[in-house]
Design a protein around this ligand. Structure first.
Ligand code: 6R9
Length: 655
């Protein structure tokens, strides 16, 4: 038995509670699960309801097949096409409705109706097929936030090819590694992109990657920089626009796929930081995403949603592309940074596009806080109905700020917990039903069963922090290729399962605690939890405490280890304006001592302009740990801001 005791300080302070605002309830999709047509069935029958949101070519004969558990197969014998579900089936009812509205970095705007999408997706599908892409092949998409990215994803889906989206910001080596992993048969990229005033040469990075691949593969190149920009295309490279013109009007019948056939690959970083290939199956993934789009994000036809996530992150796959389009909604896609040309941009996007659902990360909300409330206050944000956050714990103060200054206390906030592996949201308040507590991720959605367990896998009572596990399978769960079964078993299933009893429990890698109402509070990634003395400290609770200090916007705590001792080190970012750093340090120390305990007094507090972040906005604790323990850092690949590593070393060495 693990002797380590955690500090349930997350629950020591009584949480505020908010009921869904009246304004939201008037039009909410789901205010009563049964009355809204969500059958009140036992697991796994609830999930039939999710499947019923899709258009099937052939119905499934078996809801769930557990023959190879934990590699479950959902909706066996059912066939469908993802592109038909996202586009074709909306054509008869809402052909001219806007499916996608794109805001370019330079003030450009492009609008695609569902019919426009249908036409362009068909043309790209025809082009890919003629370039030799076949059902089951993998196409790598290395594009920034351009309409061509969702379009090529859907074009792949139409012909039964798998897409593999790689962050446009990754370096050539990272791209090659990911392409090799999945034996990519084609690549789609662009000439370049704009970053604020700068021009990024994307094609050069793609070419460098292609040069180190063992074989030549056809490459489509989207022109983003304009005609005046010279891009040389070699033998196997094709101008996207010319291909779309050539194949315009071609009818490409969608390929009917087995529900259990893979829809796409996406890479995630495992505990070691190496990229890991994740796979999602067509039927289960789409069912989970469609159901949560409707229930958690309240999407229906014509709802306008802006999700700030990059499409290369699972959040972009599920809630920029598939969820909204399955629901017939309007997706707002915004290129470039939120501060360019100035800090009014996010609020202008919401105002000008009448955005109703705004989904972002706690890190971005903290940036908005740092800029100040005068920016949102200068705009009419009354179109907003629902706000959401994802990716990391949100501190109660950040939640309150978002609720008050963006939602004007009229919009529920869904703090959604999920993972690349889970495919869709699994824990979240249902916005028309559940009470919200700032900082909590609410309850498991209907059909999702979790347990918080100790190191021996024994279920813990409310109030006791432990490992977050998922007890029953869910449709959009990870469906690894057979060649990945071995490591997937070791990484996610073995820790808390009893294979001999055929009893399987998925380990999320997170620690969490449930309160007496059944609401879940995420403590942090298990690897990032710090043990001091015999106490286990969650990064979330520490950071929530530290960011209550005036002048502090972000904080990350890591352990410095020497001999058997562990010391707590805090990296923090400050709001703009003059700050007496010593006095902020003192207040941080006092706040931690008071809210968490004397034992948790930080031994070092250093200030940095930014924290190291992944492309999806998560703090990379591993980088900070390497800095404080003077270890070289090797995987800056996945950092959004790699230049910060040098800066962190400097501020650390000078403290
Ligand atoms: C969708 C996504 C998954 C990890 C997950 C957890 C953290 C996600 C969270 C959250 C606290 C939330 N996480 N949502 N932590 N509150 N609402 O983020 O996928 O990139 O695979 O990361 O992110 O630690 O295990 P992914």
């Amino acid at each position: 038995m693990d002797e380590t005791r955690a500090v349930p300080s997350l629950l020591d302070i009584p949480a505020d509670r908010y009921w869904p605002p009246e304004a939201f309830l008037r039009d909410a999709n789901v205010t009563d699960l049964v009355a809204s047509g969500h059958p009140n069935e036992e697991w796994p029958r609830q999930w039939e309801d999710a499947a019923s949101l899709l258009a099937w070519d052939d119905p499934y004969s078996t809801l769930i097949d557990d023959e190879d558990a934990p590699f479950y197969r959902w909706f066996v014998d059912g066939t469908l096409n993802a592109c038909t579900n996202c586009i074709d089936r909306h054509i008869s009812t809402q052909k001219n409705q806007v499916a996608l509205r794109w805001e370019g970095k330079r003030g450009e705007q492009r609008t695609y109706t569902y019919y426009d999408l249908y036409r362009e997706v068909s043309a790209v599908a025809a082009a890919l097929r003629d370039l030799g892409v076949e059902e089951g092949d993998v196409v790598t998409l290395y594009l920034p936030k351009l309409p061509e990215l969702p379009i090529t994803m859907l074009a792949c889906a139409r012909i039964g090819a798998l897409h593999n989206v790689v962050f446009a910001g990754f370096a050539p080596d990272a791209l090659v590694e990911r392409m090799r992993h999945i034996d990519s048969q084609a690549l789609v990229t662009c000439d370049g992109s704009f970053r604020d005033e700068a021009v990024i040469n994307q094609k050069r990075k793609a070419d460098a990657a292609l040069a180190s691949l063992e074989k030549s593969i056809p490459t489509l190149v989207v022109n983003r920089l304009g005609k005046s920009h010279d891009t040389t295309l070699t033998n196997d490279q094709y101008d996207y626009e010319s291909l779309v013109e050539t194949y315009s009007g071609t009818d490409v019948p969608p390929v009917s796929r087995e529900a259990t056939d893979p829809l796409f690959h996406i890479h995630t970083s495992g505990t070691t930081g190496d990229p890991r290939r994740m796979t999602h199956a067509t039927g289960g993934y789409l069912a989970g995403v469609a159901w949560t789009a409707q229930t958690v994000f309240d999407l229906s036809s014509a709802t306008s949603l802006w999700c700030t996530a990059d499409i290369g992150w699972i959040t972009g796959h599920s809630y920029v592309v598939y969820g909204p389009l399955l629901s017939g909604s309007t997706v707002v896609l915004v290129e470039g940074s939120l501060h360019y040309p100035d800090r009014h941009r996010p609020w202008e996007v919401i105002e000008q596009n009448s955005v109703e659902v705004f989904y972002t990360t706690p890190g971005i909300v903290r940036t908005f806080m740092k800029w100040g409330e005068s920016f949102p206050a200068a705009h009419d944000l009354s179109s907003l109905r629902l706000l959401g956050t994802v990716g990391e714990p949100i501190g109660p103060d950040t939640w309150e700020w978002f609720y008050t200054h963006v939602g004007e206390r009229q919009c529920p906030i869904v703090n959604t917990w999920w993972q690349t592996e889970t495919g869709c949201v699994l824990l979240s308040p249902i916005p028309g039903i559940d009470e919200m507590k700032p900082g909590s991720v609410g309850k498991p959605l209907p059909g999702v069963e979790i347990e918080i367990v100790d190191a021996n896998g024994q279920e813990l009572p409310p109030g006791e922090p432990g490992y977050l596990t998922i007890v029953r399978p869910w449709p959009s769960m990870l469906t690894p290729l057979e060649s990945d079964w071995y490591w997937v078993l070791a990484e996610y299933w073995q820790t808390f399962s009893d294979p001999r009893a055929d009893s399987w429990r998925y380990f999320t890698g997170d620690q969490a605690v449930i309160d007496d109402d059944g609401d879940v509070w995420i403590i942090g990634r298990d690897d990032d939890v710090i043990t001091i003395g015999n106490r286990r400290l969650g990064t979330a609770e520490l950071e929530a405490a530290i960011t209550t200090v005036d002048g502090v916007t972000e904080a990350a705590a890591v352990a410095e280890r020497s001999g058997g001792d562990t010391a707590l080190c805090v990296f923090a970012t400050l709001t703009q304006g003059p700050q007496d750093r010593n006095s902020v340090r003192k207040t941080i120390t006092e706040t931690v001592a008071e809210r968490i305990g004397e034992f948790a007094r930080p031994t070092a507090i250093v200030f940095t302009p930014e924290l190291p972040e992944t492309y999806s906005g998560k703090t990379m604790y591993r980088v900070l740990e390497h800095v404080v323990n003077a270890r070289p850092h090797s995987d800056s690949d996945s950092l959004r801001n790699p230049a910060i590593v040098g800066e962190l070393n400097t501020v650390w060495n000078e403290h």
